[in-house]
Design a protein around this ligand. Structure first.
Ligand SMILES: [Zn+2]
Length: 383
């Protein structure tokens, strides 16, 4: 009898333990389930851009389930987006202390952390967070791209150069122009430190990398001018005009100045003629030539050159203005008035001349690093 009682007691205890275990297990499950519901509600608020409500839901998620890493990541992300980068850093960095993070979670946390540090302008730490991603997954493309963006933001052009040279999957031409742009930026940093010689080394490298790097030639010429070496500046500009006739106005503006400095202003006619032989579409050279004819009093010659220029680019305001002047000098007032009124209509249009072919940013001045979308060398002439 005692044995039966003993057995019953044992069974009773086991049953109670089992019930407790089941209850605990069920409660745990329910909490996790509830946490997930809260998390999804948080995500929905996030999608609706209701960040404060999202934050509330995500905070209640992690109160229910302290292992809910994704919810913590999102809480930090929201804080960062609200300008509280330091708060975001604290939350994300605390997650890294946990010993049981999966590789994917470790990558996700470090991604968030890299963005936090970028927002806080703590660039070395942002780079380090990317390194930690690369420790987990060698060749992680996001981390490499992000490091490049950080180097650019820091103005660390040599590191940006190294990253693109080693890793970039850009097509060869695009890669070379990008590398050339970095060299130009390096040169400009040297100029800021009054190191003109070092600057020119960078500019020459830029030109060697890509003859499309207009800015490299121009900066090289400007640097020679600052060092009172106009004949070297002249060579750089002539080189630009021959190798890259796409933005001749940039070269000619400087060229006149350089030749004037050299006391060789007469030589400019020859420069224009040389260029027009190989590149008759370069309106800047036509215009320059017409100006010279006008000064010499060869007005009809000048008109011919202007008309030829308009056949390549019918909307050129400066050529038309010149024609108005030339026609009236010839006493053809009616013709001059026609051109003038056509011009007036045209001038009412947008005056921005260069457009980024990535984001459509426009500016009157030529740019090689788009201030809007940060693309390199995307300025095209607006048509
Ligand atoms: Zn752009």
């Amino acid at each position: 009898m005692d044995q039966t009682l003993f057995l019953l007691i044992i069974i009773g205890i086991l049953a109670i333990v089992l019930i407790i275990i089941l209850w605990l297990f069920r409660k745990g499950k329910t909490v996790t389930g509830e946490a997930r519901t809260e998390y999804i509600a948080g995500l929905n608020f996030l999608l609706a851009d209701e960040k404060d409500k999202a934050l509330e839901k995500l905070r209640s998620t992690v109160r229910m389930d302290t292992e809910f890493i994704d919810a913590y990541i999102k809480i930090g992300d929201i804080l960062r987006s609200q300008g509280a980068a330091d708060g975001a850093i604290k939350i994300h960095r605390d997650l890294l202390v946990r010993p049981n993070l999966s590789d994917n979670q470790r990558i996700a946390v470090n991604k968030a952390l890299a963005k936090d540090y970028q927002a806080a302008k703590k660039f070395p730490q942002a780079l380090q967070a990317c390194d930690h991603i690369l420790d987990v997954e060698r060749g992680n493309a996001w981390a490499k791209d992000f490091q490049l963006a950080i180097f650019e933001e820091m103005g660390d052009w040599q590191s940006a150069y190294n990253v693109v040279r080693k890793n970039s999957k850009l097509p060869k031409d695009e890669k070379n122009i990008r590398l050339a742009c970095y060299k130009v930026e390096q040169g400009r940093q040297s100029v800021a430190l009054n190191q003109e010689h070092d600057a020119r080394v960078h500019y020459r490298e830029a030109i060697k990398l890509s003859p499309d790097c207009v800015q490299g030639f121009l900066e090289l010429a400007d640097s020679y001018m600052r060092d009172k070496r106009p004949s070297d500046a002249l060579d750089a500009l002539k080189n630009l005009i021959q190798k890259n006739p796409n933005f001749p106005e940039l070269a000619f503006a400087r060229l006149k100045h350089v030749l004037f400095d050299l006391g060789q202003f007469g030589e400019i006619e020859e420069v224009y003629r040389d260029l027009l032989k190989s590149n008759p579409q370069v309106v800047e050279a036509q215009l320059g030539l017409a100006e010279i004819y006008e000064k010499k009093g060869e007005i009809r010659h000048a008109v011919d050159v202007c008309n030829k220029a308009l056949s390549y680019d019918p909307d050129r305001v400066d050529v038309k203005l010149m024609l108005v002047r030339l026609q009236s000098k010839l006493g053809r007032d009616e013709r001059a008035a026609d051109i003038a009124s056509e011009l007036a209509g045209q001038l009412l249009k947008d005056r921005n001349r260069y457009i980024c072919n990535v984001c459509n940013y426009t500016n009157q001045d030529y740019f090689w690093h788009c201030p809007q979308c940060n693309s390199w060398n995307t300025a095209k002439r607006r048509v």
